[in-house]
Each structure stands twice: as structure tokens, then as C-alpha cells.
Design a binder for this molecule. Structure first.
Ligand SMILES: C[S@@+](CC[C@H](N)C(=O)[O-])C[C@H]1O[C@@H](n2cnc3c(N)ncnc32)[C@H](O)[C@@H]1O
Length: 184
């Protein structure tokens, strides 16, 4: 995660899909520099997923923590690391969140996709959110080697020319440069 900081210029904007309790949000936002830098953290905060096994895992963790949603812990973590001015959360499914998203197309530096890991949902996150990336911006997928649908969705996006190149592989994350000619 720290290595992704290298791709952040001053006043960079990040969209994160899937924030859970804010671990990746805190790590990514800590790398932001400049007054106008911002991380938009998008999550329904209800631990939902179309994969039943993933949904059960989230629900078990939430019942162990005795919570119905993860927003309160997320907010505490953002405050604890003094990131309130850099992080704006949007409590909605990613496809709903886009309807109230204020930033223009081609304005986001980094897109981190770690929400619903089914192939269909990951494809929809790609088609919905990649047009917000700057030309040559970076898109990062978590769990790209999992047995969910993420690798299939990435393969589909490669065939659709969404990426101009591979930026790197960092553990369970893979990063691509968005295609310069992306006008989807
Ligand atoms: C793997 S967790 C995210 C972990 C987080 N990125 C981290 O590394 O700390 C996946 C999150 O995606 C959220 N999620 C699932 N489907 C979503 C959707 N359609 N839109 C937004 N968030 C979603 C879940 O509620 C869950 O909090």
C-alpha cells in the first residue's frame, strides 16, 4: 500500500470502493499531500457482498464486534489518524454513489477497487468508475489472485483496452495505468 504513494502527486484525488473499517483508507489517505488532496471512501458500510461466503465472513466479524454497520469504527479510525480533512466517506453502494459524485470525469489520480468481488460487480465498478480516472491514472485491484470474480473482470477489462500497461503487483494487489484513449 505504501508503494502506491509514489503515484500520488500533490493535491491528488483518490476513489476507494470498499472501505470496511478504514484500514486501507487510512493508509492511502496518509500518502496524500496538499490542501485539495482527497480520498473518497465509498462503502455501504453494511458488510454486503454478492458472494454468500464473503457476506457471511463480514457478518461474523460484525457480530463479533457487536455492530450493525462499520461506519462508526471507520469514522473513529479516520479521526484517530487525523485524516478528517482528507477523507470524505460516501455511505452507499458504488453504483449509487456515482449519482451524487461531484468530481468531473478524468479528474481522479488513483482508483482503488476493493468492494464486491464478484465478476459482474467488479466489471460494473470498472465501467462506472474508470471514466473518472485521469488519462494515465492508476487503477488498483485488491484480491486479484482470489477465487472470486476479480481476475475474470480484470481479464475482460484488458480485452476491452481499459489499461495501457501494468504498473506493478504488490502482494494481493495489482495496479494498471488507465488507457490514454479511454472514452468509455
Ligand atoms: C474487502 S472489504 C474492504 C477492505 C478495505 N479496502 C481494507 O483493505 O481495509 C470490502 C468492502 O466492500 C463493501 N462493499 C461490498 N459491496 C459494495 C458495493 N457494491 N459498493 C460499495 N461497497 C461495497 C463491503 O461492505 C466491505 O466493507
Amino acid at each position: 500500500m505504501f508503494r502506491l504513494w509514489h503515484y500520488l502527486q500533490a493535491n491528488a484525488k483518490i476513489v476507494e470502493i470498499g472501505s470496511w473499517i478504514g484500514e486501507s483508507s487510512c493508509l492511502l489517505a496518509s500518502g496524500l499531500k496538499g490542501e485539495d488532496a482527497k480520498l473518497y471512501a465509498i462503502d455501504n458500510f453494511k458488510g454486503q457482498a454478492s458472494d454468500p461466503a464473503a457476506r457471511m465472513r463480514y457478518q461474523e466479524r460484525m457480530s463479533r464486534l457487536k455492530i450493525n454497520n462499520t461506519k462508526e469504527i471507520f469514522d473513529k479510525n479516520i479521526a484517530h489518524f487525523k485524516l478528517l480533512s482528507k477523507v470524505e466517506s460516501i455511505a452507499a453502494d458504488s453504483l449509487e454513489a456515482v449519482k451524487s459524485f461531484r468530481e468531473p470525469l478524468h479528474s481522479i489520480d488513483l482508483l482503488f477497487i476493493d468492494g464486491d468481488h464478484s465478476e459482474d460487480a467488479t466489471r460494473k465498478d470498472i465501467t462506472t468508475w474508470m471514466p473518472f480516472l485521469k488519462h494515465g491514472g492508476t487503477v488498483v485491484f485488491h484480491d486479484f489472485s482470489s477465487n472470486h470474480g476479480v481476475p475474470q473482470a480484470i481479464w475482460w477489462a484488458i480485452q476491452q483496452s481499459y489499461f495501457s500497461g501494468l504498473v506493478g503487483i504488490y502482494g494481493t494487489m495489482i495496479a494498471f495505468r488507465s488507457s490514454e484513449s479511454l472514452e468509455k
